[in-house]
Write a protein that binds this ligand. Structure first.
Ligand SMILES: Cc1cc2nc3c(=O)[nH]c(=O)nc-3n(C[C@H](O)[C@H](O)[C@H](O)COP(=O)(O)OP(=O)(O)OC[C@H]3O[C@@H](n4cnc5c(N)ncnc54)[C@H](O)[C@@H]3O)c2cc1C
Length: 323
């Protein structure tokens, strides 16, 4: 093992760092080669120590949450994968005259979105029920500003403040504005800062009504997205509004899935990966596929859409490792 790998392993705990760990088993796509080193951060202190340790030893690292928005290279990742398994949800205050109307929750970034939504529904906290059924963690949801497009809701809207660390493990507290949240965007994509925790503001609601709303969200998801298939969600970002207007798409839809379907790619297959029959923007995988097969589909789609519509599709899924 390389000397700096040995040092990092000693620093994080020899029994806690896995060597040559296959990443496919963590990825919702079930694709990806091994990581040289793999560490589960169970607490915020672990997360900070791993970032600090890797950066001070000059070891490339990458933080993953649920691995539900990734395409991991068949060659894997040279360096340290930090799997964020932090899990605390803490009550952080309440506000309101006579009656409590707003509650604040401090949530660690490794908390699963689904677990958080269900926790809020059980407590009667209103605000994130549109994210019922959304895979991944709070950290991943902040990074991309996860959305429920049909409800017009973005995860970033509920965040009041957050604790971040930069690539050298230096901590800072920031407010919502810092993130410059937009469609599929937060500043973390540029700064490479890691989200440690967030504070969310939620309203008090009626549990029964909230559960009903969340159940309807789940039903809609089941009707419009492929079920029981390995995937990483939407492959491409939706197109610019100006392009939707120029192309006069039906009701000026910005859906990348619409363009993929209209160039005949719905259901198109390479090996055992294919553009889903249920939703053309999802690439689904039947178990024997590779990242390079997925990349072939991505390149084909980009080329066809560019030739037909003059639009450059941009990936929503994040490529990890060497391609
Ligand atoms: C079936 C399916 C349905 C989906 N439906 C939706 C949907 O409706 N709406 C939607 O928005 N997305 C959807 N997605 C995509 C995905 O679930 C989201 O993008 C999710 O927010 C990714 O979170 P994650 O924890 O899995 O992130 P990962 O996939 O692990 O990582 C994604 C990116 O986030 C970064 N990241 C992760 N944690 C942190 C952190 N703590 N700090 C800084 N950066 C971090 C990673 O470095 C990486 O760049 C879907 C995916 C699947 C498989």
């Amino acid at each position: 093992m390389r000397p700096n790998y040995q040092k990092l392993t000693r620093l994080l705990g020899e029994t806690r760092v896995l060597i040559n760990e296959p990443l496919s088993k963590y990825s919702s796509f079930r694709i990806g080669g091994p990581a040289d080193l793999f560490f589960r951060a169970k607490t915020s202190a672990d997360l900070i120590a791993a970032v600090l340790g890797a950066s001070s030893l000059g070891i490339p690292f990458f933080v993953v949450g649920g691995c539900t928005n990734l395409l991991i290279s068949d060659k894997g990742f040279c360096g340290l994968i930090i799997k964020n398994d932090t899990s605390q949800i803490k009550f952080a205050g309440a506000q309101g005259d006579k009656k409590v109307r707003t509650v604040y929750l401090q949530v660690e970034s490794g908390v699963g979105i689904n677990r958080l939504v269900r926790f809020c529904l059980d407590q009667g906290y209103c605000g994130i029920q549109a994210f019922m059924g959304q895979p991944g963690t709070v950290g991943g949801a902040v990074w991309i500003n996860a959305h429920n497009i049909s409800k017009g809701q973005f995860f970033g809207e509920k965040i009041i403040s957050a604790k971040l660390i930069d690539h050298h493990g230096k901590e800072k507290e920031v407010s919502n504005k810092y993130f410059h949240f937009a469609y599929d965007y937060s500043i973390c994509q540029k700064t490479k800062e890691v989200v440690v925790s967030v504070v969310l503001a939620l309203q008090i609601g009626d549990k029964k009504t909230l559960w009903k709303e969340a159940t309807n969200v789940l039903k809609y998801r089941q009707q419009t997205q492929p079920q029981g298939k390995y995937s990483s969600g939407c492959t491409f970002r939706n197109i610019e509004k100006s392009d939707a207007v120029r192309l006069a798409t039906p009701e000026f839809t910005r859906s990348a899935g619409y363009l993929l379907e209209s160039v005949g790619l719905k259901g198109y297959k390479v090996g055992s990966v294919q553009f889903s029959e249920a939703h053309a923007n999802f690439i689904v995988h039947q178990g024997e596929g590779t990242a390079s097969d997925v990349l072939k589909l991505i390149s084909l789609a980009k080329e066809k859409v560019r030739r037909t519509y003059g639009v450059d599709l941009k990936e929503e899924i994040v490529l990890v490792g060497e391609f």
